[in-house]
Structures are given as structure tokens and as C-alpha cells.
Design a protein around this ligand. Structure first.
Ligand code: ATP
Length: 196
């Protein structure tokens, strides 16, 4: 079974593309969602996060994402410490998840916002990068999250540019027009199955 990494900058449509693969029967591990779940349920993780970020990291509804995001946004060292706690927990969880898929599928996908920046791409059989024009990414996220143009630009600036990622990616999906993206995804899916 092959393990495929899927990534893309904010608003590129990586979650949308991941769902397309899922609709074709491919098991997809969404790193951000799993991380959120682990941070809400794993006692050891909760303890470490409270030690790092303070008791306010959790409220009555569980993980206080807004508080954490605001705390780490301007503090790169703190963000690094947070990642050092969360990433190994997600990596362990992913290993177990992959083991559980083994009998039923020729390949699985891990969707992650960061794949190239941290060298994680080396752990995959191959990688898929989703790209879109910057202007489309900005308007999509403004609409989806109800946020300002500047806040999207700030987040884009914190990530690697598409041109830096394109050189490392094995497959690039240009996600401009949704109707054109689905046939591309189907074609890639069939190629992966055929090359088994
Ligand atoms: P993030 O990094 O913020 O999680 P993402 O890369 O996962 O973003 P999506 O959530 O898949 O991006 O897409 C962003 C928004 O744009 C969503 O509301 C989605 O429905 C919409 N979208 C995705 N692809 C297209 C497209 N080709 N045309 C128009 N809208 C799109």
C-alpha cells in the first residue's frame, strides 16, 4: 500500500481535493482534524499544552483554538514548542491509522497544511500539491471564514510560496475551476491504481 501526502497553501482547495479522493473510495487522514481531536482527548497532550500555554488553552468547550492561535501568531518560538508537542502525537496516530487501512486499499492520503516546510514530504511514496492563483485563494478564504483580505495575506506570507513547493511536489493539481478539478483527480486516481 502506498502512502501519499497532499498539501497546498491556504485557500488552494486541498480539503476540497482531499474530499474528491475520498469520494472515489480513498481513505484520507486529515492531519488538522486529527490533531484537533487528539488535543481534545489525549490526557497527556492536554497536560503538556496547559503547561506550555496556560489553563486558558482550554475552556468549557474544550480546546480554545482562537486563544492559542492568537498566542502563537507573534511568537515563533512558542509556535515551535507547540509543534514539538503536537506533531509527534499526530505522527504516532497516523502510523496506527495507516496500519488499520492496510488490508483494504492500494493507497491512502494524508492531507496536511505543512508537508514541505518541515521535511515531512520525505516520508511519503509521493506527494500531491494543490495550487490556485493567489487572488482566488484570497477571495475564497475571505468568503469561507468571513475574514479580511489582510488577514489572509498575513497567513499566505507565513507559508512557503507555491513556486517553492512545486519543485518538491511529484504531482501538481491546479485547482481553478472545480468542474475541471474533479476529472483531474479521477485521472490521477486511476493512474495510481493502474501503476500498482
Ligand atoms: P485551508 O488551508 O484554509 O484549510 P484549503 O486549501 O483546505 O484551505 P478549501 O477549504 O478546500 O481550501 O477551499 C477554500 C474555500 O474555497 C472553500 O470554501 C471551498 O469550498 C472553496 N473552493 C475550493 N476550490 C474551489 C474552486 N476551484 N473554485 C471555487 N471555490 C473553491
Amino acid at each position: 500500500m502506498r502512502v501519499v501526502g497532499l498539501t497546498g497553501g491556504i485557500g488552494s482547495g486541498k480539503s476540497t481535493v482531499a474530499k474528491m479522493f475520498e469520494s472515489l473510495g480513498v481513505p484520507v487522514y486529515i492531519a488538522d482534524e486529527r490533531a484537533k481531536k487528539l488535543m481534545n482527548t489525549q490526557p497527556n497532550l492536554i497536560k503538556q499544552l496547559k503547561e506550555l500555554l496556560g489553563e486558558k488553552a482550554y475552556d468549557a468547550n474544550g480546546l480554545n483554538r482562537a486563544y492559542i492561535a492568537q498566542k502563537v501568531f507573534t511568537d515563533k518560538a512558542l509556535l515551535q514548542q507547540l509543534n514539538n508537542i503536537v506533531h509527534p502525537a499526530v505522527a504516532d496516530d497516523f502510523k496506527v491509522w495507516v496500519e488499520n487501512q492496510k488490508t483494504s486499499t492500494p493507497y491512502v492520503i494524508k492531507e496536511a497544511a505543512i508537508l514541505f516546510e518541515n521535511g515531512g514530504y520525505k516520508n511519503f511514496d509521493f506527494t500531491i500539491l494543490v495550487t490556485a492563483p493567489e487572488e482566488s485563494r484570497i477571495t475564497r478564504v475571505m468568503k469561507r471564514d468571513g475574514v479580511t483580505r489582510q488577514s489572509v495575506l498575513d497567513r499566505i506570507e507565513n507559508q512557503w510560496s507555491d513556486s517553492e513547493k512545486v519543485v518538491l511536489a511529484d504531482i501538481v493539481i491546479s485547482n481553478r475551476d472545480l468542474e475541471k478539478t474533479l476529472p483531474i483527480v479521477k485521472k490521477i486516481h486511476n493512474k495510481i491504481l493502474f501503476k500498482r
